[in-house]
Design a binder for this molecule. Structure first.
Ligand SMILES: C[S@@+](CC[C@H](N)C(=O)[O-])C[C@H]1O[C@@H](n2cnc3c(N)ncnc32)[C@H](O)[C@@H]1O
Length: 274
C-alpha cells in the first residue's frame, strides 16, 4: 500500500500511542480528561478547533507529513485556495521539517499490473498527471513511453528531477485548471493516480475536464482513486463516488472498465473516441 493510503492508519496508530501514555483505569480516566478539557477551555481565550490543531502541530516531533497536510489543507480551504497547500507541503518536505510527502519510489502496483496485462508493442506519448516525485512517470519511461510528468507544485517537479538525474521524462510545472495549449490532446496514454481525490469540488470537475483534455483521439486514460464507501472520512483525501469518477467522461471520453478494488479504490480505464 502506498504511503498516502496508509496515512490514516499511521496517524491513528500514533494517536493511540499518545492515548496509551496517559492511560488510567475506566471512569477515573474519563473524569480526569473531562476536568482537563474544562481547564483548557477556561484558560484558553483562543480555544477553537484551528487553534487546537495548531497547538497539536507544535507538539509534533515525529515529522508526520500527513498531519501537516491536514493543517495546510484546512488553511487553504478556508482561504478559498483549495490547491495552494500542495507546494507548501512539498516545500516543507524539501526543507526537511517534515518527511517528504507521497514519497514512494516504486510505481503504483495497480499501474504495474495494468501495463503488464496490456503489453503495447509501440509505446507512444504518455502523460502522468500530478506526478509528484516521479515514480509512475519513470516507470512508463522505462517501458518505452515518451513520457511527460507534470505537477502543480514547482517543488515536487524540482524534487522529481533531482531524484532522477539523466531521466528520459520531461518534468514540468502545470496546473490542470489552466493547461498550456501544447498539452491539449497531446497524449496516447494519460495516467491519473490520486490527484482528483486530493481536491474538493470545486475545483474537481474543472480538474477532471483538464485530465480528459490531455487525451488525443483514441487515447487511453488509466485512473486510480480512493473510493467512497459511505463511511465518513476526514478530508483530504476526498474518496470519490462513481458519479465523481464520471466527471472524467467529457469531450468524447468514455469508460472501458471501472473496477472496485481493495483499498478501497477505483481502478478505471477510459478511452477517447476517435
Ligand atoms: C495526493 S498527491 C499524489 C501524487 C502522486 N500522483 C502519487 O500517487 O504519489 C496529489 C498530487 O497532485 C498534484 N496536484 C494537485 N492539484 C493539481 C493541479 N491542479 N494540477 C496539477 N497537479 C496537481 C499535487 O501537487 C500532488 O503532487
Amino acid at each position: 500500500m502506498p504511503p498516502h493510503c496508509g496515512r490514516r492508519h499511521d496517524e491513528s496508530a500514533s494517536l493511540d500511542q499518545g492515548r496509551d501514555r496517559g492511560r488510567q483505569p475506566g471512569r477515573a480516566r474519563g473524569l480526569i480528561n473531562a476536568e482537563a478539557n474544562r481547564a483548557i477551555r477556561a484558560h484558553s481565550a483562543e480555544f477553537r478547533p484551528g487553534a487546537a490543531a495548531a497547538r497539536r502541530f507544535d507538539r509534533v516531533t515525529n515529522r508526520d507529513w500527513a498531519r501537516r497536510a491536514d493543517q495546510l489543507a484546512a488553511q487553504a480551504y478556508s482561504a478559498g485556495e483549495p490547491t495552494a497547500w500542495f507546494d507548501r507541503l512539498y516545500a516543507e518536505g524539501a526543507a526537511g521539517t517534515i518527511d517528504m510527502p507521497w514519497s514512494r519510489t516504486d510505481a503504483h502496483p495497480l499501474l504495474v499490473r495494468w501495463t503488464d496485462d496490456r503489453p503495447v508493442t509501440e509505446p507512444g506519448r504518455a502523460c502522468v498527471v500530478g506526478c509528484g516525485l516521479g515514480a509512475d512517470a519513470e516507470f512508463l519511461a522505462g517501458r518505452g513511453w515518451t513520457t511527460t510528468g507534470f505537477d502543480l507544485s514547482p517543488t515536487a517537479v524540482e524534487q522529481a528531477r533531482a531524484r532522477h538525474p539523466g531521466s528520459a521524462v520531461t518534468y514540468r510545472v502545470a496546473d490542470l485548471l489552466d493547461l498550456a495549449d501544447d498539452l491539449i490532446g497531446a497524449f496516447d496514454l494519460v495516467v491519473e493516480i490520486h490527484t482528483l481525490q486530493a481536491m474538493p469540488n470545486p475545483p474537481r470537475a474543472a480538474a477532471a475536464r483538464g485530465v480528459a483534455s490531455l487525451l488525443a483521439p483514441g487515447a487511453t486514460l488509466f485512473v486510480v482513486q480512493f473510493r467512497d464507501t459511505g463511511v465518513p472520512t476526514q478530508p483530504p483525501p476526498f474518496p470519490l463516488s462513481r458519479d465523481d469518477l464520471a466527471l472524467l467522461e467529457v469531450g468524447g471520453v468514455v469508460p472501458v472498465r471501472v473496477d472496485e478494488v481493495d483499498g478501497p479504490l477505483w481502478r478505471a480505464e477510459f478511452v477517447r473516441r476517435v
